[in-house]
Design a protein around this ligand. Structure first.
Ligand SMILES: Nc1ncnc2c1ncn2[C@@H]1O[C@H](COP(=O)(O)OP(=O)(O)OP(=O)(O)O)[C@@H](O)[C@H]1O
Ligand SMILES: [Mg+2]
Length: 362
């Protein structure tokens, strides 16, 4: 069992707390992704699991063992960093076998193990090369291989793909998914890229300012973000936000403002009512739920500023009050810049937050 358990873990540097009362259980064999903006505490959290940062308070367990005071080398974890950190003067083989030699594994066994892992990563031909004779993607695979040969209980990844170009990043992302399916080892993966988080994770932890904002499956986070921060962070292009007046009209609840008038569905209306008699809310809508169409109700009307045709889809930029909004249609362009355009809003997919964006209301 290689679950990882955080109980009220905090981390401070001097009197600045950078990880705040972190409670989380990472299941055995789970692929857990920590995601959030720069400086939110992702690497610090990962480095506490690795034993590279001391824990200020709370308890951390790997398996059944409390590891607060266990040295990194005795934690049975392997970490892959963004900058690979390969030994430049050693061959790929020596880089990959280094930890096994330290463990005094017999050399025939080391050779077998390294070759086997190199083969699965598609770097079997490169074992005699030095890191500088490799491409970025190949170096990344060596760094991965070096971690895999050790057969750790937990893999830790800190932005391992961020040095790669866009195409290779996608390719390595797919390989990582395969790797997890094959190895079935607990993996904790740090990234600031929400696409990586969505595609790789069994569960995602969204962090902001050292606080856990939400923990859930990619679909839970996408469909029911706990607050506006998570709503805006997960999904691309980002969720749109604007604040709206709430009113009751003939038994229905409406949210209205400059250029729009939306009638909530029964479910959202009931959920909103349960929070009391709110006069204003923050509305969140994903671009896919705002498309140009001349409907008679549940629309936003505004002057289109910019149109971005992408081929398979088109994006439309316009203002609602103070907020810049992005709408989307499938296929080609169906509006004109500078013209007043009506956008149909799919109210079934509306997200309602408290005015400050802190709380989900529906
Ligand atoms: N040794 C240190 N001393 C003081 N503050 C530190 C130290 N290391 C990190 N911090 C601070 O702790 C906070 C969290 O840092 P951390 O490296 O965990 O962020 P991150 O989420 O990994 O960000 P990034 O995406 O930029 O890598 C930051 O505000 C950072 O400035
Ligand atoms: Mg970091």
């Amino acid at each position: 069992m290689a679950r990882v358990l955080f109980e009220k873990v905090t981390k401070s540097y001097g009197d600045v707390q950078v990880v705040r009362e972190f409670n989380l259980e990472i299941a055995d064999q789970e692929f857990l992704v920590l995601v959030g903006p720069s400086g939110c505490g992702k690497s610090t959290t990962l480095r506490m699991i690795a034993g590279l940062e001391e824990i200020t308070s709370g308890d951390l367990f790997i398996g059944e063992r409390r590891v607060n005071d266990i040295a990194p080398k005795d934690r049975d974890i392997a970490m892959v960093f963004q900058n690979y950190a390969l030994y430049p003067h050693m061959t790929v083989f020596d880089n990959m076998s280094f930890a096994l030699k330290l463990r005094r594994m017999p050399s025939a066994q080391i050779k077998r193990r390294v070759e086997e892992v190199a083969e699965t990563l598609g770097i079997g031909e490169l074992l005699q090369r030095k890191p500088k004779q490799l491409s970025g993607g190949q170096r990344q695979r060596v760094a991965m291989g070096r971690a895999i040969v050790r057969d750790p209980k937990v893999f830790l990844f800190d932005e391992p793909l961020s040095n790669l170009d866009a195409k290779l990043r996608v390719q390595m992302r797919v390989e990582l998914s395969r790797l997890h399916t094959r190895l079935k080892t607990t993996m904790v993966y740090v990234t600031h890229d929400q696409v990586e988080a969505m595609t790789l994770a069994d569960r995602i932890v969204v962090l902001n300012g050292g606080y856990i904002q939400q923990v859930g499956t990619p679909m839970e986070l996408y469909h029911t973000p706990a607050n506006a921060f998570v709503g805006g962070f997960i999904g691309s292009p980002s969720m749109n936000f604007f604040s709206a007046d709430v009113a009751s009209e003939g038994g229905r609840i409406t949210v209205t403002g400059d250029g729009y008038h939306l009638t909530l569905g029964d479910e959202s209306a009931a959920q909103l009512k349960a929070h009391g008699d709110l006069k204003r809310v923050m509305v969140g809508l994903r671009p896919k739920d705002i498309s140009p169409e001349a409907v008679e109700d549940n629309f936003i009307e505004s002057v289109v500023d910019v149109i971005e045709p992408m081929g398979g889809e088109t994006f439309y930029y316009f203002d609602v009050g103070e907020s810049q909004i992005v709408g989307r249609s499938e296929g080609g362009v169906s509006a004109s810049v500078g013209e007043v355009t009506r956008f149909r809003v799919d109210v079934d997919n509306i997200h309602l937050f408290s005015e400050d964006g802190e709380t989900r209301l529906n």
